[in-house]
Design a protein around this ligand. Structure first.
Ligand code: AMP
Ligand code: ZN
Length: 472
C-alpha cells in the first residue's frame, strides 16, 4: 500500500510498526456545533483509509479524540474556549454541550456509513496524561510559565516547521500579526500547553488542578497525550484536514518529539478542503452546510459520500448542488443495477457456488490497485461501474465483487442486493400490463405502467421478462 506522507512529501509504502496491527490516529471534532459537510469530507477520507487498511488484511487500531475543552476561537491562544462559549450562550454546562454535539457528530457518522471509531477519547478524560507530558517538557527545557499560562518555546525545537515547510522566522512573523494577549509570551509563535485561571480565563468553567495552578489544557497537547497513551509512540498513521498542517500538527510533533525524543507518527496524511464558490467551507466564512441541510432538500446522505469519493482526497472538492444531484443519479443507477442483478439471480438460484473467473479477479485487482495507490477512490468507483456494466463477468460474480467493494466504498449496496418483496397487487398490475403489451394494446399497457409508478414501483421490460423494483 502506498500512501502520500505530508512529512516527506512523497508516496511511501506502508510498513507497519507492529506485526499484528496498524495504529491510526485521526484528529476528531471540537464538539461545540454541528459538523459541516467540509468536516464530514475529512471523516469520509479517514473512513476510507481505515477500510482500505482492513481490505489489505491489516488489523487497525483507530483512535479519535473528541475536543471538549481548550480549543480557542482565535489561532494565537486568543479568544474563548469554543465549547465553553457555546455553553454560556445556550445556558448549559460545557459537559452538556459536548455530550449533545458528540451525539450529533455520531449520528452524522452513522448516516454516512463511516465506521464509528472504536476508541473515542474525550480530552477531558485525559488531563492526567497531558500533565505528564507538560512535566516532561519542563524537565527538558521546552516549557516555560507566565502568570497566565504555560507555553512551549518553539525556538528551542530544532525541527519546528518541518511538516508545513515554513521556516521558524516566517512563522514568528506571521504569528506577530495576531493579537497576543499575554505580554510575557517569549515568541509570538509559542503556543499554550496549559491555561491558568487568570486574566481572560479567570472564570473559566472547566478546570483541573495542576503543578502550575488550576486551569485547563491547550488544544494541541491533547492529541500528543492521547495518541501516546492509546497507541504508543511512534505509531503508524496520523491524519486530519490540511488546515491542521501548519499549526495543530506542527505543534503536536514538536511537543511529542521534544518530550520523548522520538517521532510522534510515521505517516502524516491530510485531506483537502471542501470549498464552495472557491472559499473554504468554514465557520468564519459563514458558508456552512450541514448533513441535515442536505437531508432537508431530500438528498440521501450516501449521495454526499459518493460525491466525496469521486474526488481524490488530496484535491479540493468544489461543492455545488448540481454535483450532489449528479452523485445521487449515479448512485441510483448503481442501486437499479444491483436490484436487477438480484432479481435475475433469484431466477438462477443454481449459480450460487462459483469460483471467480480470471476476468473477475482482474477487476478485483484493479480495485485493490486503485485504493492502494494512495486511496484513489475515483478510480475505485470507476472499477465499480465497470463491473456493473461488464459483459464479460457473470451475474453472481458481479454481485460478489460489488458487495466486496462496498466494504470500502460504503454505498449501501447491500441494501439493494436482496430482490425487493413485491406486493401481490403490484405483481397483478404488472401481469395485466404484460398481457396488454403482448396483445399490442400499448395505450392500456402504458396506463398500467403509470399506475404501477404511482404506487411506488417501476417496471422494466427485459429479455428475461418484466423486472419490477421499488422506485428510487
Ligand atoms: P474541527 O472540528 O474544526 O477541529 O474540524 C474537524 C475536521 O474537519 C478537521 O480534521 C479539519 O481539518 C477538517 N475540516 C475543517 N474544515 C474543512 C473543510 N472545509 N473541508 C474539509 N475538511 C475540513
Ligand atoms: Zn489533533
Amino acid at each position: 500500500m502506498k500512501l502520500y506522507n505530508s512529512l516527506s512529501r512523497k508516496k511511501e509504502s506502508l510498513k507497519p510498526l507492529h506485526k499484528s496491527w496498524v495504529g491510526l490516529y485521526t484528529c476528531g471534532p471540537t464538539v461545540y456545533n454541528y459538523a459541516h459537510i467540509g468536516n464530514l469530507r475529512t471523516y469520509i477520507f479517514e473512513d476510507v483509509l481505515e477500510k482500505t487498511l482492513q481490505w489489505n488484511g491489516y488489523n487497525v487500531k483507530r483512535v479519535m479524540n473528541i475536543t471538549d475543552v481548550g480549543h480557542l476561537t482565535g489561532d494565537a491562544d486568543t479568544g474563548n474556549d469554543k465549547v465553553e462559549e457555546r455553553a454560556r450562550t445556550e445556558k448549559k454546562t460545557p459537559a452538556q454541550i459536548a455530550a449533545f454535539y458528540t451525539r450529533a457528530f455520531l449520528d452524522d457518522v452513522e448516516k454516512l456509513n463511516i465506521k464509528r471509531p472504536p476508541i473515542l477519547a474525550p480530552a477531558t478524560k485525559h488531563i492526567k496524561e497531558m500533565q505528564a507530558l507538560i512535566k516532561e517538557l519542563f524537565k527538558r527545557g521546552y516549557a516555560y510559565e507566565t502568570p497566565q499560562a504555560v507555553y512551549f518555546d518553539v525556538t528551542k525545537f530544532k525541527n519546528y516547521g518541518k511538516l508545513s515547510g515554513q521556516s521558524l522566522k516566517a512563522k514568528i512573523t506571521a504569528a506577530r500579526k495576531e493579537v497576543v494577549e499575554d505580554p510575557l509570551k517569549r515568541n509570538a509563535a509559542d503556543f499554550a500547553l496549559w491555561f491558568k485561571l487568570a486574566g481572560h480565563f479567570k472564570n473559566h468553567l472547566q478546570s483541573w488542578s495542576s503543578p502550575w495552578g488550576k486551569g485547563f489544557p491547550g488544544w494541541h497537547i491533547e492529541c500528543s497525550a492521547i495518541s501516546r497513551e492509546l497507541l504508543g509512540q511512534p505509531f503508524d498513521i496520523h491524519t486530519g484536514g490540511v488546515d491542521h498542517i501548519g499549526t495543530h500538527h506542527e505543534n503536536e510533533i514538536a511537543q511529542s518529539q521534544a518530550a520523548y525524543n522520538k517521532p510522534l507518527a510515521k505517516i502524516w496524511m491530510h485531506g483537502e478542503f471542501l470549498v464552495i464558490n472557491k472559499k473554504r467551507m468554514g465557520k468564519s466564512e459563514g458558508n456552512l452546510i450541514t448533513l441535515a441541510d442536505l437531508e432537508k432538500k431530500g438528498y440521501n446522505p450516501i449521495a454526499y459520500r459518493y460525491l466525496v469519493l469521486n474526488t481524490h482526497y488530496r484535491k479540493k472538492v468544489d461543492f455545488f448542488w448540481g454535483s450532489l444531484e449528479a452523485a445521487e443519479e449515479a448512485l441510483k443507477k448503481i442501486y437499479r443495477s444491483i436490484t436487477d442483478f438480484a432479481l435475475r439471480w433469484q431466477k438462477n438460484k443454481k449459480v450460487e457456488k462459483f469460483k471467480l473467473s480470471k476476468r473477475a479477479e482482474h477487476y478485483r485487482r484493479d480495485f485493490t490497485l486503485a485504493l492502494n495507490g494512495d486511496l484513489n477512490t475515483p478510480k475505485a468507483l470507476a472499477v465499480l461501474h465497470a463491473v456493473i456494466d461488464a459483459k464479460d463477468v457473470s451475474l453472481p460474480e458481479k454481485m460478489l465483487l460489488v458487495t466486496e467493494f462496498d466494504k470500502v466504498l460504503g454505498l449501501d449496496i447491500g441494501k439493494y442486493r436482496v430482490a425487493p418483496k413485491i406486493p401481490p397487487e403490484v405483481r397483478k398490475l404488472v401481469e395485466a400490463r404484460e398481457l396488454f403489451r403482448r396483445n399490442k394494446q400499448f395505450a392500456r399497457a402504458d396506463a398500467l405502467r403509470k399506475k404501477i409508478t404511482s404506487v411506488g414501483y417501476e417496471v422494466e421490460d427485459t429479455p428475461l421478462g418484466p423486472f419490477i423494483r421499488r422506485r428510487l
